[in-house]
Design a protein around this ligand. Structure first.
Ligand SMILES: [Zn+2]
Length: 228
């Protein structure tokens, strides 16, 4: 679908979250957009994970907007990107169908996208194990080094973190200096996940985590979706 046509479309579907999730599961057409006209519950979000496509939840004019992406990407139209960076809510799903382990943590793309979010505002990942609230890194992975989050890139910090462990994000580097670097995607999924989780923990990216079974933490995190 042509992004510009999509963005100019004025008539959005106002539906309850229950109806939206049912509709998206039945026909997950890319770039569909809905205005959520009800509260959002934990059950809605769990149900959304069984959809074959990634889905974004952002805010516009005090309402949550649900946008359908692709099976591997939450969508990237200009308007969606703007809301993801600036609006009150910036959440996306990693569907259960993405069976690899990495789906339960931030992707490299997610670390990259966090650089563009308004400083002081959080982002949210809905995944198989629960909900992860995160932000751009707040500190360097080395204790004696400073990370200036106003001017420096968290994604660049991720690349340095990998390099410090003899891992290259880009295969070109691994091919150029094979004695020093291994390409990240040549590692096992478990190793990739461990590296990723280690990075987001030591650099202060993790703001809050709520497991599906942890009712107290879940109640707290759900306030974000209901714009509380
Ligand atoms: Zn993601």
């Amino acid at each position: 679908m042509d992004d510009s046509n999509f963005e100019n479309r004025e008539n959005r579907n106002f539906l309850s979250m229950t109806d939206i999730v049912a509709s998206v599961k039945k026909s997950p057409g890319e770039n569909q957009e809905f205005v959520v006209d009800s509260l959002i519950s934990k059950e809605h979000l769990l149900d959304l994970l069984t959809c074959s496509h990634e889905v974004s939840l952002t805010e516009d004019n005090g309402k949550v907007i649900l946008t359908v992406g692709t099976s591997l990407h939450a969508g990237n139209s200009d308007k969606l990107r703007e809301r993801r960076n600036l609006s009150k809510l910036s959440a996306h799903t990693h569907p259960l169908i993405e069976s690899d382990l990495q789906a339960s943590s931030l992707s490299a793309d997610d670390i990259w996208a966090a650089d563009f979010r308004d400083l002081g505002k959080v982002l949210v990942l809905i995944h198989a194990d629960g909900i992860l609230v995160y932000q751009k890194p707040t500190k360097h992975f080395l204790e004696d080094k400073i990370f200036d989050r106003k001017t420096e890139s968290g994604f660049a910090l991720f690349l340095s973190f990998l390099n410090s462990k003899g891992i290259a994000f880009f295969n070109a580097l691994a091919e150029w200096r094979p004695n020093e670097f291994k390409w990240i995607y040549s590692l096992s999924e478990q190793m990739q996940l461990d590296l990723n989780r280690d990075f987001i923990a030591v650099t202060g990216m993790v703001v809050q985590e709520a497991r599906w079974g942890d009712e107290r933490a879940m109640t707290e995190v759900l306030k974000l979706f209901n714009l509380g």
